[in-house]
Design a protein around this ligand. Structure first.
Ligand SMILES: [Zn+2]
Length: 101
C-alpha cells in the first residue's frame, strides 16, 4: 500500500510541476509581450541618438524617418531594400546591401 501511495504522490507531484511550468511560461510570455509594447510606446518615432521626435520625410517615394533635432536619418529595413532595388547593388548601395542577411 505504501508503494501505491508513493506512486500517487509522485504522479500528483509531477502533474502539479507541469501545471506550474505551463503557468510560468504563460506569465513569462505575457510579461515579454507587455515589455515589448512598453518599449515600442516609449521609443516609437524617437531618435535613437538624441531621443527627440522623428518625422517621416518622403525622398523620391521612400519614407525616411528624420530627427527633428539632430537631423539623423533612420531607414526601415523595407525602405533600405527598396532603395537597394531601385539604385542597384553597386558602389555604396552594394556595400550597404552586404550588411543585411
Ligand atoms: Zn536626434
Amino acid at each position: 500500500m505504501d508503494q501505491k501511495i508513493a506512486k500517487e504522490d509522485e504522479f500528483f507531484h509531477q502533474h502539479n510541476q507541469k501545471l506550474i511550468e505551463e503557468r510560468r511560461k504563460k506569465i513569462d510570455a505575457k510579461r515579454a509581450e507587455e515589455d515589448k509594447e512598453l518599449r515600442k510606446n516609449t521609443h516609437w518615432m524617437k531618435c535613437p541618438k538624441c531621443g527627440h521626435d522623428m518625422e517621416e520625410v518622403n525622398i523620391e517615394n521612400i519614407l525616411v524617418d528624420k530627427c527633428t533635432e539632430c537631423e539623423g536619418l533612420f531607414f526601415d529595413r523595407d525602405e533600405v531594400d527598396t532603395l537597394i532595388e531601385v539604385r542597384g547593388k553597386t558602389g555604396f548601395m552594394g556595400s550597404l546591401s552586404k550588411i543585411f542577411k
